[in-house]
Design a protein around this ligand. Structure first.
Ligand SMILES: [Zn+2]
Ligand SMILES: [Zn+2]
Length: 375
C-alpha cells in the first residue's frame, strides 16, 4: 500500500489510507477524495445538527399539529410526546457516524416550553464520539382550519329530508341523523380532516343537515333513499369565491321520501278490492290487501305514489274479539267502538283459531290486520 500514501490537503501531514478508501484513487476524479487527517477532520466535525429552537403549533381544540403546510391529527396523549416527535424530526446527525444512539429527556419549563436534553453517541473514524444538545420547544396554541370552520358554522352542503304529502316520521329523521354521523365517522377514520356535521336542525317539513363537504351530503342523501325509497335532487348555489378566486358552490340535496311508508294502510282511488297494508315503498309501492291477504303492487306509472288516501297505520290497530267464523270469506268480530258484532272480510292471514285479532276501524270500514309481529 506504499503507493497509496497521501497527504492531508490542509496541514500536509501524511494520511494513512485504509483499504476501504481504495476507490479514492479513482483516476477520473484526481484529488476528489483526498482526505483530511484525523486532526483536521475532527476540528471541523459536527456530530449533531440541531435547530436553535422548535416552534410547534398545536390546535387547542382538537390537538392536531401543524406540519409543513397542513394540520395533522397525531393522536398524541400530551404535548411532550409531540415535542419529542418534532425534535427527532428536526435533528440531524453527521452521515459519517456509525452506531448512532440517542436519548432525550424532556424538561417542562412552563406550560408552553419544554427543554429537550438530547444525548448522542456514535463512532466515526474508529473513534467514539458523543454530544449533548438542548433544544427548546415552544408550543403555541392555535385553532386549526377544521376547528375554525366548525366554530364558524361552515358548511358546503345541506341535505334536506322531506317526504311527499307528509312530514318524515321520527324513525326516518332519527335514521337520517345516524347516517350523517356514521358517514362522517367513516371518513374521519380514513384520515379525512375535513369531514364534519355542522348542524342538524329540525324544521316543520322535516330535517336539515348541514355538512362540511358535498361528498358527505351526497352520501347521506343516497343512503336515505337506499333505505327508505324516494328520490333525491341536487341543486348548486354559488355562494362565494375562495382565496384563490375559485367559485365556491354549495349543494343542496333534496331528499323526497315516498308518501307512504311500510305499515301504512291506504285506500287506493278507483279501486274496489279493499285497502292495502304497505310493505315497501322502494320502486313501485308493494303491499298486502287487508280484505284478502293478496299481494298488491302499484303499476310503473304510479310508482311509489299511487293515488290513494291513508286510513291509518299498523300501530293504530286494536285487538278485538272474534265472534264467529262465517265462511272462507267472512268473519264476525266485535266493532271495537260499538261492541256490536260485525261481519268483515276474511284475509288469508286470519287465524281461525284466534280468539282476538287486530283490527283497524277507518273511513273505509273495519278490517282485520295481520299480527304486527308478522310484518
Ligand atoms: Zn491535517
Ligand atoms: Zn383543531
Amino acid at each position: 500500500m506504499s503507493d497509496s500514501r497521501a497527504f492531508c490537503p490542509r496541514c500536509g501531514d501524511p494520511v494513512e489510507r485504509s483499504s476501504s478508501d481504495a476507490d479514492a484513487t479513482d483516476p477520473l476524479r484526481p484529488g476528489a477524495e483526498v482526505e483530511l487527517c484525523d486532526g483536521c477532520y475532527f476540528e471541523d466535525f459536527d456530530f449533531v445538527d440541531a435547530p436553535d429552537r422548535i416552534d410547534v403549533r398545536v390546535c387547542s381544540q382538537c390537538g392536531a399539529v401543524h406540519r409543513g403546510n397542513r394540520w395533522v391529527d397525531v393522536g398524541a396523549r400530551d404535548y411532550t410526546d409531540i415535542a419529542i416527535e418534532e425534535v427527532s424530526e428536526a435533528l440531524g446527525v453527521h452521515v459519517d457516524v456509525a452506531d448512532v444512539a440517542w436519548q432525550v429527556e424532556p424538561e417542562q419549563v412552563d406550560e408552553n416550553t419544554i427543554r429537550m436534553h438530547c444525548y448522542f453517541t456514535g463512532v466515526v473514524r474508529e473513534t467514539p464520539v458523543e454530544e449533548q444538545v438542548m433544544v427548546p420547544v415552544k408550543i403555541s396554541r392555535q385553532t386549526c382550519k377544521r376547528c375554525g370552520r366548525i366554530a364558524g358554522d361552515y358548511y358546503a352542503s345541506i341535505v334536506q329530508i322531506r317526504a311527499e304529502d307528509r312530514t318524515p316520521t321520527t324513525e326516518e329523521t332519527d335514521r337520517a341523523k345516524e347516517i350523517a354521523n356514521a358517514v362522517v365517522a367513516d371518513m374521519e377514520a380514513t384520515g379525512d380532516r375535513n369531514a364534519f356535521v355542522t348542524e342538524i336542525g329540525e324544521v316543520d317539513e322535516g330535517l336539515n343537515i348541514k355538512v362540511s363537504t358535498n361528498k358527505i351530503g351526497k352520501k347521506i342523501a343516497n343512503k336515505m333513499i337506499e333505505e327508505f325509497g324516494g328520490t333525491v335532487n341536487d341543486a348548486e348555489t354559488l355562494v362565494t369565491e375562495d382565496e384563490d378566486g375559485n367559485e365556491v358552490y354549495r349543494v343542496t340535496f333534496a331528499v323526497r321520501l315516498p308518501p307512504y311508508t311500510p305499515g301504512d294502510i291506504i285506500d287506493l282511488a278507483d279501486d274496489e278490492t279493499g285497502p292495502v297494508l304497505v310493505r315497501s315503498a322502494h320502486g313501485n309501492l308493494k303491499g298486502t290487501r287487508v280484505t284478502t291477504g293478496d299481494r298488491y303492487e302499484a303499476g310503473y306509472e304510479a310508482g311509489n305514489a299511487p293515488d290513494a288516501r291513508k286510513l291509518g297505520e299498523l300501530e293504530d290497530a286494536v285487538e278485538t274479539t272474534v265472534v264467529t267464523v262465517e265462511d272462507e270469506n267472512a268473519v264476525q268480530v266485535l266493532d271495537p267502538e260499538t261492541f256490536q258484532a260485525k261481519t268483515v272480510a276474511r284475509p288469508d292471514y286470519f287465524d281461525p283459531d284466534a280468539e282476538t285479532v287486530p283490527v283497524l276501524k277507518s273511513r273505509a270500514g273495519l278490517h282485520i290486520l295481520p299480527d304486527e309481529t308478522d310484518v
